[in-house]
Write a protein that binds this ligand. Structure first.
Ligand code: SF4
Length: 463
């Protein structure tokens, strides 16, 4: 397995080997899935759409719906305007969504299709019924990653629907409204940030919100449009919030900025609330915005996490960790494992962006000063780092399993995509409860390895 990865690291600028990211439209498709009664639409070839749908389906174990402009040779040369107009007519007459969210692909971006003018033409020609909506995001895959695609579609929702505020920012029941952009996280994470905000006496609008869509229960009846997702009315009301909290700057900042620009709602840009420190910062912002004391239920959850951190410290202290995946995930995870007494020594994301390296440096200042940190990296480089400086644990997506096997390192699957395990979309990683779950996974991986390698005289029942 990966026997020929050389130890010597050579700087590469024009070549990626085993990338640690995928293409923008996947993120746009995922974000659009979190809009109620929305059909995501891929403006490109059927092959792109099939890949994006199947990749999301393999992670969530749910059917991920999307339509395609189905480019063939003609559209590739002359543009896909007539394909999109015809597709919109067919989609609304056959599938009856409230919204179609169009994202572009490499091909349509290279051709230069002007999506807003094609949408206007479709409306003029009657392909879009009255009261129905078509939004779009520009997502060529020769820049960014699935994370920036998510950010672009989340911002697109705001730009198409958010209205300037006309009514009070406080609801009649005295609860204050807040907007939360949850980042490219599991449906269960979106549900958890909503729960935490509600515990803080806030009424949150989570955008997008894939809870109830990609973790919907099996009832025996297939629902083409499950009950979850942020609604168009909720998006129109974004301007009534006291703030927009963006969780994970790479995936969420653009939407928060769009709300601020359109509705004058101030933004709060935070790390993903993974682990105790980042969750404290999230709860602190909610506390300030809600002018409400942290309730006992949340304090108890925090106390449980502190308790487990204290109980397990001797098994974690000084352990060297390699972490890779989406930048917002990796930044937050690096801080959490450092708070657990571990040493994150290799930290890598495939998504470009200098702010990643800066943020990791700030969070780990004085705790892991010699760490390798790289944005726009790949798993080939991460493997070389691991060969040069072996670790006790690898944390990342399913693509890390080959590295873990090659180097015989315990492996915790975290992030997107996870293609070879089950259940991840049902359990949150954010918040204090998410921290407990992550700790359980990390400890299980380390202690299973200890048991595996222990000689008989050190094979202990009680640790
Ligand atoms: S990289 Fe471009 S061509 Fe390839 S699947 Fe993604 S959008 Fe399609």
């Amino acid at each position: 397995m990966l026997d020929h990865t050389p130890v010597a690291v050579m700087e590469r600028h024009a070549l990626r080997i085993n990338p640690a990211k995928t293409c923008q439209p996947i993120g746009a498709l995922y974000a659009a899935s979190g809009l109620h009664r929305c059909l995501p639409h891929s403006h490109g070839s059927q092959g792109c759409c099939s890949y994006h749908r199947s990749h999301l389906t393999r992670h969530f174990r749910e059917p991920v719906m999307a339509s395609s402009s189905s480019f063939t040779e003609g559209a590739s040369v002359f543009g896909g305007a007539s394909n999109l107009v015809q597709a919109l007519g067919t989609i609304f007459s056959t599938y009856g969504p409230d919204v179609v969210a169009v994202h572009t692909t490499c091909l349509s971006e290279t051709i230069g299709d002007d999506i807003p003018s094609i949408i206007a033409r479709a409306r003029e020609e009657g392909a879009i019924p009255d009261g129905k909506h078509v939004i779009h995001a520009s997502t060529p895959s020769y820049s960014g990653s699935h994370v920036t695609g998510f950010a672009a579609m989340a911002a697109g929702m705001v730009n198409y629907f958010a209205e300037e505020p006309t009514s009070s920012r406080r609801r009649k029941d005295g609860r204050t409204r807040v907007n939360i952009v949850p980042g490219f996280v599991e449906p269960s994470d979106m549900r958890e940030v909503r729960r935490i905000a509600e515990l803080m006496n806030l009424t949150p609008t989570v955008l997008p919100d894939t809870s109830g869509v990609l973790d919907a229960p099996a009832t025996g009846t297939y629902e083409f449009y499950p009950k979850g997702g942020v609604t168009v009315d909720e998006l129109r009301g974004l301007g009534r919030a006291v703030a927009t909290v963006a969780l994970g700057p790479q995936a969420s900042r653009a939407a928060a900025v769009a709300v601020e620009n359109r509705c004058y709602v101030p933004r709060e840009i935070l790390d993903l609330p993974i682990g105790i420190a980042a969750t404290d910062r999230f709860v602190g912002v909610l506390r300030r915005r809600a002018a409400y004391e942290v309730p006992g239920e949340l304090l108890d959850e925090r106390g449980q996490l502190v308790d487990l951190m204290a109980d397990a410290r001797q098994h974690l202290h000084g352990k060297k960790v390699a972490i890779f995946g989406d930048p917002d995930h990796v930044v937050a995870m690096a801080e959490f494992v450092a708070d657990l007494g571990m040493r994150p020594v290799h930290i890598l994301t495939g998504t470009p962006g200098k702010s990643f390296e800066k943020r990791v440096g700030t969070l780990l200042a004085g705790r892991s000063p010699d760490a390798n940190v790289r944005s726009r990296g790949d798993l080939f480089l991460l493997h070389q780092w691991m060969k040069n400086d072996p670790v006790d644990l690898l944390i990342g997506t399913s693509y890390g399993k080959h590295l873990a096997r090659a180097e015989d390192v315990p492996f915790v699957r975290y992030g997107w995509p996870i293609l070879d395990r089950f259940g991840h979309s049902y359990f949150p990683s954010v918040g204090y409860r998410g921290g407990l779950r992550l700790m359980e996974k990390i400890l299980d991986a380390l202690l299973d390895r200890r048991d595996r390698d222990a000689p008989d005289e050190e094979f202990e029942l009680i640790l």
